[in-house]
Design a protein around this ligand. Structure first.
Ligand code: NAD
Length: 247
């Protein structure tokens, strides 16, 4: 088991890609604090996994919760090795119709909590020589239409990830990102609101399909949390069927 003895925090871990990562981490021997606002889904996942996972109902957009979340992981499991900043909520609109509320939602769930949790987790990750895994998006890398608030937050996350990767490299902490493409509730809601974009999402990459959270994305998050990735930092890994080939 590649994550034996490790303790992870996974935000937005009750559903979608986050849930798949929690399940994969537990299968690889880790103990996981699952943070989400969806109580029903969180409790269901905890019941499925037992004591190796603990669900904490917390709204990431409240700054004070970052300290509560990190303390909960350390008090319950005794250490912290991996911080997975997966949660992000956003709404789409054409550029000129994008409002401050949309920016507040996107940065409030997908940027500020990443910064707060990384800052709070740093001493524990330095002690364990651990890992941070953040999430980027093709929407930011490509500049997809209607995604101004979301794209801006995602690229801001890439920016601070590279800074932390450089500053914390000698602390033994690696900071990397996954840019995924996978069928989840979030993507289903996006397709429902923008049916014209479904084709581009499913057949717009060389593999001609949307990824599966468990089969296609979670294994990349296991790799980045494991010793196999110890010489990698500041990188964005594309798990998107080859849709974007970074150079
Ligand atoms: N699915 C994709 O194809 C895709 C593509 C590019 C990037 N991403 C990124 O990957 C990550 C996971 O995507 P997903 O599709 O699984 O997302 P999702 O929308 O399906 O799930 C997000 C989870 O975060 C939780 N959450 C939302 N706001 C929260 C808050 N304020 N506090 C606590 N929890 C909160 C939700 O309840 C949910 O469980 C996100 O960062 C997303 O932006 C996904």
């Amino acid at each position: 088991m590649r994550l034996e003895g490790k303790v992870a925090i996974v935000t937005g871990g009750a559903k979608g890609i986050g849930k798949a990562i929690v399940q994969a981490y537990v299968a690889e021997g880790a103990q996981v604090l699952v943070v989400d606002v969806d109580d029903a889904a969180g409790k269901e996942l905890q019941a499925e996994l037992g004591d190796v996972a603990h669900f904490l109902s917390a709204d990431l957009s409240v700054e004070e919760n970052a300290a509560v979340i990190v303390a909960a992981a350390v008090e319950r499991f005794g250490r912290l090795d991996v911080l997975v900043n997966n949660a992000h909520a956003s709404r789409q609109a054409p550029f000129v119709e994008t409002t401050m509320e949309m920016f507040d939602l996107s940065f409030g769930t997908g940027f500020w909590p990443v910064f707060w949790l990384m800052r709070e987790a740093h001493p524990h990750l330095a002690a364990s020589r651990g890992s941070v895994i953040n999430f980027a998006s093709g929407a930011g890398l490509n500049g997809n239409v209607t995604q101004a608030a979301y794209a801006a937050a995602k690229e801001a996350v890439r920016g601070i990830s590279r800074v932390a990767a450089r500053e914390w490299a000698t602390d033994g902490i690696n900071v990397n990102l996954i840019s995924p493409l996978a069928r989840t509730e979030g993507v289903d809601a996006f397709i429902k609101a923008h049916p014209e974009q479904e084709k581009a999402l499913s057949s717009g990459n060389p593999m001609k399909r949307l990824g599966d959270p468990r089969e296609d994305i979670a294994p990349v998050a296991v790799f980045l949390a494991s010793a196999d990735a110890q010489y990698m930092t500041g990188q964005t890994l594309m798990a998107d069927g080859g849709g974007i080939m970074l150079r």
